[in-house]
Design a protein around this ligand. Structure first.
Ligand code: SF4
Ligand code: FE2
Length: 289
């Protein structure tokens, strides 16, 4: 619960505020970039919401905040914003919100599919999301990008009888996962291809859904400050050399149109542009070795 006494002095005056317990995960800035900005170590309200769309995304940011450090000075109705999550991103892809502190506020996604639904990384286990996932047909697989973002995956797996998928090198984070991969997996699932992409961690995976949607965990994201896609140099725990190689091999995903990361901003690529996007990212990554 946010505390107005701890509100950052940089917040623009008005109903919404961020307090000093912010962990700078960035989730609010992704849900509502018009209203939340970066302060270097914190996020803050750089513009109060001025219309219905901004009010809704600001409330979604409040709900996504993993540590509850976004508050309102006035009594503010949240029910409609709760009901707006998971939020549709494209076709049958939804972003869940309710980001978990244990995954440092990483985003998670829900993929609706006629062959059984998927969760891509895990949000907090909340009554609301459980009900929504039940209404959407349950969860068959929980794909875990890497050890950092497992959050409440076990609780969701138990509730829905879902199979968790993780790479063996990151499996300490979910030792009882039902499917532990040792490499890529391009054959076990109808619409999904799973790539082994070590770098950020030794056991990092990406999930390519129907050739068009790439779920990247902490491997690859839209870098807002650089206005390009790439990886986080300062958040690379295993090997930057491997990270570059792993990004480069995604060049084969020629039809990718959307990138959905755990940390960092999601982004639209444009039809047929992904190989160019990768080339640009790799050139930049080599330059910041
Ligand atoms: S979502 Fe919350 S913790 Fe994360 S940057 Fe925004 S205010 Fe800070
Ligand atoms: Fe991570």
């Amino acid at each position: 619960m946010a505390n107005h006494k701890l509100a950052l002095k940089e917040n623009v005056e008005g109903n919404f505020f961020v307090d000093t317990t912010c962990i700078d995960c960035g989730a609010c800035r992704h849900f509502s970039p018009e209203n939340f900005g970066a302060l270097g170590g914190y996020s803050y309200v750089h513009k109060q919401p001025e219309n219905e769309a901004e009010i809704l995304t600001s409330k979604q940011a409040l709900l996504a905040c993993p540590v509850g450090c976004i508050g309102t000075t006035e009594k503010t109705e949240l029910k409609s914003a709760i009901n707006s999550l998971p939020r549709k991103m494209a076709e049958n892809i939804f972003i869940n919100g309710f980001n978990h502190e244990n995954s440092f506020g990483a985003h998670s996604y829900f993929i609706r599919s006629e062959d059984g639904n998927w969760l891509a990384d895990s949000p907090r286990f909340t009554k609301h999301l459980v009900k929504k996932f039940e209404e959407l047909g349950g969860i068959k697989y929980i794909w875990l990008s890497h050890r950092d973002d497992v959050a409440d995956a076990k609780k969701y797996a138990e509730h829905f009888g879902a199979k968790r998928i993780i790479h063996k090198f990151d499996s300490k984070a979910q030792p009882d996962a039902e499917i532990i991969l040792e490499d890529d997996d391009f054959t076990s699932f109808k619409n999904a291809r799973i790539f082994y992409v070590p770098g950020h961690t030794k056991g990092h995976l990406t999930l390519l859904w129907k050739d068009k949607f790439l779920f990247t965990g902490d491997h690859f994201a839209w870098l807002t400050s650089k206005k390009m896609f790439g990886s986080f140099r300062t958040a690379c725990w295993y090997s930057w050399e491997e990270q570059i190689k792993s990004v480069e091999r995604l060049k084969v995903c020629e039809k990718v149109e959307h990138v959905f990361p755990g940390h960092g901003m999601w982004g639209e690529v444009g039809t047929g542009k992904f190989p160019e996007v990768i080339e640009k990212a790799v050139n930049w990554m080599i330059s910041v070795k």
